[in-house]
Unconditional design. Structure first.
Length: 356
């Protein structure tokens, strides 16, 4: 997955039509917690609230070199879908986005607002992906995977921004789902000839990529059930694993509680709201901070698309369950049912229950 400078410059030009460079700020309160200079790359500040916006734009631009398909279809938990939606609509293509039941209502609403048709199908992501494949065949649409060379090239534009602003970083921590972000970082780091180490971060509840890294071969995880839905990888693609094996220094695993705590810390220290996957990189840095004393490191805050009701509970000290089912809307209608005891949070709304 190598790019040359010309590829990157073209991707940057495409991305710039919709995405301004995102800030990379050093936050002193994070520095004092970690004993290191901590730069946050704010990918929560794109037009879709996550780094994914970049990938869809470059993927769809690449399609223009041949006859355009009748439409695009993809399965998603939300951020990849928003990216495909904005890019398809910009190219004048219909976009069908398939999400599993219980998917984030706010991410669903955003995808529709960006112009996509939303189909809720399947009990989990795998079933939604099967439904997306069926729809692709039935409608003659192109099925878009969340890991593709052109998507990585688009996502790599954030790495370019980060490394050109901060070429002297010791380590960058980035969340690892299917791998577009980490592969983009590795490609650009190598292109620029930098020595920065790249550490991927996975959720304990979605261990497939870490297991594959340690086994040095594609390994299916025992589960992929985490409230950090962007990290819910059941099995990495061989192409992504090869790049990560060749270019990542390590993979750190973080628990659901550590991710929730990182959302709170990022809020207190920067007043940015991160979604679970967006906070994972910081969680990993804080967990391993002993190794980074006095160093200059970066964490990628990859997205801020967390439903309001879930964010409120996390900020109040709770850890969400793995797969919240339509929380925000139902909570809105029955606010009194949110009352709960501090020690063991469990709501009458079952699927919405939060634990401490
Ligand atoms: C906010 C966020 N962070 C991280 C990831 C993981 O990215 P990747 O699948 O490119 O590894 C995702 C994936 O959807 C995401 O939405």
């Amino acid at each position: 997955m190598e790019f040359d400078r010309k590829d990157l410059e073209h991707a940057l030009a495409v991305v710039r039509r919709r995405v301004a460079p995102t800030p990379a700020y050093a936050w002193p309160l994070l520095a004092s917690r970690c004993g290191a200079e901590v730069i946050v790359k704010h990918e929560n500040h794109t037009p879709t609230g996550s780094f994914k916006a970049r990938g869809g734009l470059v993927f769809v631009d690449h399609l223009r070199s041949a006859a355009l398909p009748a439409g695009l279809v993809t399965a998603t938990r939300g951020n990849h879908g928003q990216s495909v939606a904005i890019a398809a609509v910009e190219a004048g293509l219909p976009a069908l986005i398939v999400v599993p039941e219980g998917n984030s209502p706010e991410k669903n609403a955003a995808m529709v607002a960006f112009g996509a048709e939303l189909l809720v199908k399947g009990k989990d992501f795998d079933e939604a992906r099967d439904a997306a494949a069926q729809e692709a065949a039935a409608r003659g649409y192109l099925l878009v995977s969340s890991f593709h060379r052109e998507i990585v090239k688009g996502v790599a534009t954030y790495a370019w921004e980060l490394f050109t602003a901060c070429p002297d970083l010791d380590t960058v921590f980035a969340p690892l789902g299917m791998g577009s972000g980490v592969c983009g970082l590795i490609a650009v780091r190598d292109l620029l000839g930098l020595r920065t180490k790249i550490v991927g971060v996975v959720a304990e509840q979605a261990p497939a990529f870490a297991a594959s890294f340690h086994n040095r071969q594609v390994t299916t995880g025992a589960g992929a059930s985490t409230f950090a839905d962007g990290l819910a990888c059941r099995q990495p693609m061989a192409e992504a694993l090869e790049v990560v094996l060749g270019g990542a220094a390590d993979i750190v695993t973080v628990s659901e509680d550590e991710i929730a705590q990182a959302i709170r810390t990022l809020y207190e220290a920067t007043h940015n709201i991160a979604e679970g996957a967006g906070a994972a990189a910081y969680a990993a840095l804080e967990k391993t901070r002993g190794r980074y004393q006095g160093k200059r490191v970066a964490v990628v805050l990859s997205g801020g698309n967390i439903d309001r009701a879930v964010a409120a509970k996390v900020l109040s000290g709770l850890t969400p369950p793995a797969a919240p089912a339509a929380p925000a809307l139902r909570a809105e209608r029955a606010p009194q049912r949110w009352a709960g005891a501090r020690g063991g949070w469990s709501l009458a709304l079952g699927a919405l229950s939060l634990r401490r």
